[in-house]
Design a protein around this ligand. Structure first.
Ligand code: PLP
Length: 451
């Protein structure tokens, strides 16, 4: 709904936008911009005639996804499935925007504004205020940006704390940055349960992935962030296995940085752009290490010297992946009306059922995730010596999970498109694979490049 004074052609109008829910409006704002309207304010108002769109959706919402017939997909924690309607949206972006508008698309279709507009959509799921999240690059790059900014914030301290459950790329990026700085920094990798004790007043930054990619063990963000702050350290959270999987509130946590990817639980597709959140009060003080032109305050002034943008855009680097961003934007539509607490409740119910069934029927497997559901993210892992081959045998029967060396069979639970019947069927197939040694087949014994 748009309330606008009448106006002649070529005149900018001031409008107030009233919408039923926040999530899908950015496209409409771009449209208004194209119509030369100046947005004065956006108000989310309930509408009696359309209560349905204000209501929380009942899970699962399988019809929102393209799921191959007969497949049980327990791998949304690696690559989420294709949201329904995304192909059409992407096809329109390709044909109408790229095809017809060509270079004009940067302004006409606001390709330049996408990283922040889509960042706001992701921000809604992680409790980030508007304008504090920006999309782009890969997660590894965003880890590097966050850590380099954190180390600049604590120039007198030299220790970075991480844990042995962190994803290797985060650790590699820290090692690379430390080598590059050549200023005596040390990456201290401790056991996950020792993180809190390891945070002392010599620590510059604590860089932790909330949910362990292998075991699914989940850190409590609040107390660790508090401990970091009490010790005067900067807190960086990697939310790769949290965003869209568990309720997260970065603003309440008060961490300085949060980063994550969008091809897992956010279903943005292979190679989807990463996100970075920066706590708004520290943004103006950050000197970006990757000082690309699109993080400049005035990229099209083409000044020879770097001057960072005043807001979150200073964390941008170069040209955004417009098509991937459009895919992600469409994918974010599935979250409209979905309550993360409902997702969490359903995720725990499905994971508990899976654990109980597997333990009852597959004695060869050992639970490699925390037994307490509150200490787990949205995945369950089992250890099995022939885990790789067993996973391939499972995949051959259309039950999809993945394998993490040395022996972890990993299953992701995504209540948006999984229900109890899927869990029962998956365990039937798993029991068959183990009882009948279906994994003991030369086809399944040689690891592929991607496991
Ligand atoms: C926790 C975590 N951090 C970092 C990465 C690396 O992400 P990217 O390949 O997008 O750089 C991953 C990839 O799966 C991850 O799970």
């Amino acid at each position: 709904m748009v309330d606008a004074p009448a106006s002649g052609a070529g005149v900018r109008m001031d409008v107030e936008v009233r919408v039923l829910s926040w999530a899908p409006i950015s496209q409409n704002l771009w449209m208004l911009d194209r119509l030369h309207c100046r947005i004065m304010g956006v108000m989310v108002v309930p509408d009696r005639c359309d209560q349905g769109s204000m209501m929380t959706k009942t899970l699962p919402i399988k019809d929102k996804f393209v799921l191959p017939e007969g497949m049980i997909y327990l791998d949304g924690n690696s690559l989420g499935p294709l949201p329904r309607g995304l192909e059409q949206h992407l096809s329109k972006v390709v044909t109408d925007q790229w095809g017809q508008h060509l270079i004009k698309g940067w302004n006409l279709d606001d390709w330049m504004g996408q990283p922040v507009a889509v960042g706001d959509m992701v921000g809604r799921l992680i409790g980030a205020p508007q304008g504090s999240v920006v999309m782009g690059d890969t997660l590894s790059i965003k880890v590097y940006q966050a850590l380099s900014a954190a180390l600049q914030m604590r120039p007198d301290r030299k220790v970075v704390i991480s844990d042995s459950g962190n994803f290797p790329s985060d650790l590699y990026m820290a090692q690379g940055l430390i080598a590059q700085l050549n200023a005596g920094h040390e990456l201290r990798i401790v056991a996950p349960e020792d993180v809190t004790d390891a945070i002392t007043t010599e620590v510059a930054a604590v860089m932790i992935t909330q949910v362990d990619y292998r075991s699914g063990r989940m850190h409590d963000m609040g107390p660790i962030t508090q401990k970091a702050h009490d010790a005067g350290a900067v807190m960086i959270w990697d939310l790769a296995h949290s965003a869209g999987a568990v309720p997260v509130d970065v603003a309440a946590t008060d961490c300085e940085f949060a980063v994550g990817c969008t091809y897992k639980y956010l279903n943005g597709g292979p190679g989807a752009p990463a996100f970075i959140y920066v706590r708004p009060d520290i943004t103006p003080g950050i000197a970006p290490a990757l000082a690309g032109w699109l993080g400049h305050d005035a990229p099209f002034a083409f000044e020879p010297g770097y001057r960072p943008a005043k807001d979150i855009e200073r964390m941008r680097v170069g040209t955004p992946p417009v098509l991937q961003m459009a895919a992600l934007e469409a994918a974010m539509g599935v979250w409209d009306g979905v309550d993360m607490h409902d997702v969490r409740t359903a995720s725990i119910r499905l994971s508990e059922l899976f654990i109980a069934e597997v333990e009852a029927r597959c004695p060869a497997l050992t639970l490699a995730s925390p037994r307490d559901p509150q200490a787990r993210g949205s995945q369950v892992s089992f250890a099995f010596e022939q885990g790789y081959a067993a996973m391939q045998a499972l995949i051959a029967q259309h039950v999809i999970g993945d394998f993490r060396a040395p022996d972890i069979m990993r299953f992701g639970f995504t209540p948006l498109y999984l229900d109890e019947a899927d869990i029962h069927r998956a365990v039937d197939v798993l029991a068959d694979v183990l009882d009948n040694r279906l994994w003991d087949d030369p086809r399944f014994l040689t690891p592929s490049r991607v496991t």
